[in-house]
Design a protein around this ligand. Structure first.
Ligand code: ADP
Ligand code: MG
Length: 345
């Protein structure tokens, strides 16, 4: 980076007061750097109902501020808020993000870029052009590259990132050997359901064991489902109409289902043959909680197809229960009957 580029970079930066920007209590005047321009198309859209948690936020900000030649590896169960932590932070710091979700077929060329036939205007004859991938763009422009579900990727493909994580330039052989030096604002964040050691829980299909040398280049962080207080604050924002007692009961149901999903607790269902223990194939994520609450509010004031069924139960069927098998559904309904003050299914 030339001195002029360095100067331009510093001019583009802006300091954000942590307590005000993220709505948490932080030392007075404590600030982090983001960018002044809020209009870049790659800046994620922020969710006004998002509630930041202090611990994960601290680690994410420390990483963004000074990555020390590492990537950030965020591990946690489905729907715990791994991806949204980064996108919500970047949304507030005006930091552009390049995101992809990895599969077993994702290759380095998907990240780096490839030649493709493209028209410059609609209807014009196409020409062969190099299309930069999210990694190349993020390195060039100083964006955060978010690799979702990184442990679905073939480990051999990922070793191509090792040099980059160490701060070396990207060389694009297929584009005349173009060399892209990392912009000072370039960061790599990976999210995964595992810690890169393969699936230890047996709940996630398709997870591969990652290469040790690749994992050596990350710092690690785990995210769990939000604490009750955080979820209560989220529900109070999205569906204040339901009231605290209902919010609390909803969180009680979700937390019990999550524990069963993680295998930390069992749930039994009464059937005509007696009590049976059921496993849960799907957790109730915070996203599902929000949908459940919003649907309940919507159906409360309208008549619905299923007649007298109460809005909370109807909403839960739509948001979550219909996907489950009969046993799981019945177990959750029985749980709701026990937890909710008034519940009619
Ligand atoms: N702290 C939070 N505040 C508000 N919503 C949250 C929070 N954490 C998670 N969510 C919600 O839960 C959903 C799932 O989060 P996401 O980041 O996609 O999970 P993951 O990447 O871990 O699967 C998000 O859409 C978001 O709306
Ligand atoms: Mg995710």
């Amino acid at each position: 980076m030339t001195a002029m580029q360095q100067e331009q970079f510093h001019a583009a930066q802006k300091a954000f007061i942590v307590a005000d920007t993220f709505g948490i209590d932080a030392p007075k005047g404590f600030a982090v750097n983001g960018f002044a321009d809020p209009n870049h198309v790659a800046i994620p859209k922020s969710d006004d109902n998002y509630v930041f948690r202090k611990e994960p936020l601290r680690e994410a900000l420390a990483f963004l501020e000074c990555p020390m030649n590492t990537g950030l590896f965020i591990s946690g169960h489905k729907g715990t808020g791994k991806t949204s932590l980064i996108t919500e932070v970047c949304a507030r710091l005006n930091w552009p993000v390049q995101q992809i979700t990895c599969t077993s077929r994702t290759e380095m060329t998907d990240l780096v870029g490839y030649h493709a036939m493209m028209s410059t205007t609609p209807g014009a004859p196409p020409e062969m052009q190099f299309q930069y991938g999210p990694l190349a763009l993020a390195m060039k422009e100083g964006h955060v590259l978010v690799l979702n579900e990184i442990d679905m990727m073939e480990p051999a493909e990922l070793t191509g990132l090792n040099d980059i994580l160490e701060g070396r330039p990207l060389v694009i052989a297929q584009n005349a050997g173009e060399v892209i030096h990392p912009h000072p604002a370039f960061r790599i964040v990976a999210t995964a359901n595992s810690m890169g050691n393969g699936d230890e829980t047996g709940q996630y299909a398709g997870i591969t064991m990652q290469n040790m040398a690749a994992m050596d280049r990350y710092r690690f962080m785990t995210v769990d489902y939000p604490h009750e207080d955080v979820e209560a604050a989220i529900l109070a924002k999205v569906a204040p109409e339901l009231g605290e007692a209902i919010h609390k009961a909803m969180i009680g149901v979700a937390n019990e289902v999550r524990e069963v999903f993680k295998g930390e607790q069992t749930l039994s269902v009464k059937t005509e043959y007696g009590e049976e223990s059921v496993a849960m194939s799907e957790p109730i994520s915070t996203r599902k909680m929000v949908l459940w609450a919003q649907l309940a509010v919507q159906f409360r004031s309208s008549t619905n197809a299923e007649g007298e069924r109460n809005a909370l139960s109807y909403a839960l069927h739509i948001a979550h229960l219909r996907r489950l098998n009969d046993y799981e559904r019945e177990a959750i309904l029985q749980l709701c009957n026990a937890i909710f003050p008034e519940w009619h299914d």
